[in-house]
Write a protein that binds this ligand. Structure first.
Ligand SMILES: Cc1cc2nc3c(=O)[nH]c(=O)nc-3n(C[C@H](O)[C@H](O)[C@H](O)COP(=O)(O)OP(=O)(O)OC[C@H]3O[C@@H](n4cnc5c(N)ncnc54)[C@H](O)[C@@H]3O)c2cc1C
Length: 498
């Protein structure tokens, strides 16, 4: 679906005081539109995993809400994702007899970011995410299992949760079904472009545009921004993540920085804007993610010279920069039969295999011909058991100085050509532990919340701070926390709940 390119704007009421360049006349018309528009307790912008989780939780609290979604269906980056959500202390872990510890999970997140993560959010999310997962399962039929075949880099134990389909599409289909069964109000084809604020920084309504260009509005008592980050806006990516401005963006293109632009217009703090989730294993021709589980299980990445260039066990996010720094910005994931068989348990890998993206080679010679690298070099790379060589020039900060030796790989060999991609941005509106948006003085705005990719994440300020799962962690935990906080605030309007 094509949506009109309209920059998000703020309109202050009751004064016809216009920000971001709209004309007085058009604003007066919009104020009339707002005055005559329907009222809802809570308006949620965006219906990805964050927005839907929040709406389901609000429903459980008996709070009326409306989700506004620019697309035809609720999908977002959540549906494009692998759908893996990390959590410690869930019913699913108990069923699989996995012992975990929330304090250790906090440590794992903080260790990955070298201590840069916003600690108040890490603690809040780690405590909320098992509650969100269990509530979605017990009350809304979203069932989970824990992936226990491999450990993602940086996680101390098996805590990656997935729905039975093991995909983001499966997760979103289940959340969508739950939303239908809970009779939630979801307005699709509704691109929110305006926040109506009163002079006390209170949101009084939202303006949105339909695909035919017509405008509508909704008055509300509270608003939650669940419209993810700015990966779909090249201008903002160039401004905040210049190293990724030429990279493929594999997330949802509709995530065009609505929340960030409102934050800029409101003059509130934007935090961790240099942080993002990259991925070093994106099959660009097919538009498919090749799971990093292949690397964790013993696969390697080589460049056009036939050599490894980084430690594949560090993390897939920083690997994006490592891959993009190689000749042609490409690499080849190379692995053997057992790893190939593990790959077949992932829907996207299977799709890549069916579409011809996974090549099989009976000899090192054949693989070297396909990659176009010297056979002897490749043979040395594949047989190396104890080689740890110094980091190559130009590797990004955060990469280790040596390459961890891995087990030798023997034919039949498999290879997939990949590049580095931007998956989603991790910087955004500054929020407190209740996901309430903070003004520039650190004081919460009266009735504006932000969660998921619309708010700052828990990955610090750099690409290497991203621990796998930090994205959906923020989405599910943030949606859960925001719903609880909004429900409390609406029940006790005069008191801030601390
Ligand atoms: C290929 C890929 C794989 C990934 N795998 C994982 C993984 O396994 N685990 C993990 O933790 N993270 C993963 N991520 C990251 C994860 O997808 C995101 O962190 C997460 O989906 C964010 O959820 P969200 O609800 O905040 O945003 P989204 O799911 O993107 O939802 C935002 C919604 O807001 C809508 N919207 C935006 N602007 C407006 C507007 N102005 N008006 C109305 N609607 C609007 C969008 O259309 C969208 O539906 C992956 C990302 C990618 C791209």
């Amino acid at each position: 679906m094509t949506t009109p390119l309209i920059r998000p704007s703020l309109v202050t009421v009751p004064h016809a005081n216009v920000l971001m360049g709209e004309s007085f006349a058009s604003t007066r018309a919009e104020l009339t539109l707002l005055k005559n528009s329907p009222h809802v307790s809570v308006a949620i912008v965006g219906s990805g995993a964050c927005g839907l989780t929040a709406a389901l939780m609000l429903k459980d609290h008996g709070v009326e809400c409306v989700l506004l979604e620019r697309d035809e269906r609720p999908r977002g980056s959540s549906a494009l994702s692998s759908g893996f959500v990390p959590a410690a202390g869930t019913q699913a872990q108990a069923r699989q007899a996995i012992e975990d510890d929330q304090a250790q999970f906090v440590k794992d997140i903080v260790n990955k970011s070298h201590g840069q993560s916003a600690l108040h959010l890490v603690k809040a999310y780690v405590s909320a995410v098992p509650q969100a997962i269990d509530a979605l399962e017990a009350r809304h039929g979203v069932t989970w299992r824990v992936l226990d075949q491999f450990l993602y880099p940086g996680h101390s134990t098996h805590r990656m949760h997935a729905v039975p389909e093991t995909s983001g599409e499966g997760l979103m289909s289940r959340l969508e079904r739950a939303a239908q069964e809970a009779d939630l109000t979801l307005l699709t084809h509704a691109q929110v472009t305006q926040l109506f604020m009163d002079p006390d920084d209170r949101v009084v309504g939202l303006g949105f545009v339909r695909p035919d260009g017509s405008r509508e509005a909704l008055r509300c008592d509270a608003a939650l921004l669940a419209c993810n980050g700015y990966g779909g806006d090249q201008e903002l990516v160039a401004q905040y993540l210049p190293q990724m401005k030429a990279a493929v963006y594999a997330g949802h293109v509709g995530n065009d920085g609505t929340a960030v632009r409102w934050g800029q217009a409101l003059g509130v703090a934007l935090k961790d804007m240099g942080a993002y989730q990259g991925h070093g294993s994106w099959q660009n021709e097919l538009g498919l993610l090749i799971s990093w589980a292949l690397m964790v299980a013993g696969g390697i990445q080589i460049n056009a010279h036939g050599v490894r260039f980084h430690d594949e066990h560090q993390g897939y996010s920083e690997a994006s920069v490592g891959v993009l720094a190689q000749p042609g910005g490409v690499a080849w994931c190379v692995f053997d039969q057992p790893v190939y068989e593990l790959g077949l348990t992932f829907p996207e890998f299977k799709e890549a295999q069916v579409l011809g993206g996974v090549k099989r080679f009976e000899s090192v010679t054949a693989l070297s011909l396909w990659v176009g690298c010297p056979e002897e070099t490749l043979a040395r790379t594949l047989s190396a058991q104890d080689r740890a060589r110094d980091q190559e020039e130009g590797q990004p900060e955060g990469h280790s100085k040596s390459i961890r030796p891995l087990k030798p790989l023997k034919p039949p060999l498999y290879a997939i050509k990949v590049t580095g991609a931007l998956f989603h941005t991790q910087g955004g509106l500054d929020i407190d532990e209740y996901c309430q948006v903070l003004g520039d003085q650190g004081t919460p705005l009266p009735n504006l919340w932000a969660a998921g990719g619309a708010a700052r994440g828990v990955s610090g300020q750099e690409v290497w701070g991203y621990l796998s799962g930090n994205g959906l962690l923020s989405a599910l935990a943030g949606g859960f926390i925001a719903a609880e906080s909004i429900a409390r605030a609406l029940a006790h309007p005069s008191t801030r709940v601390d």
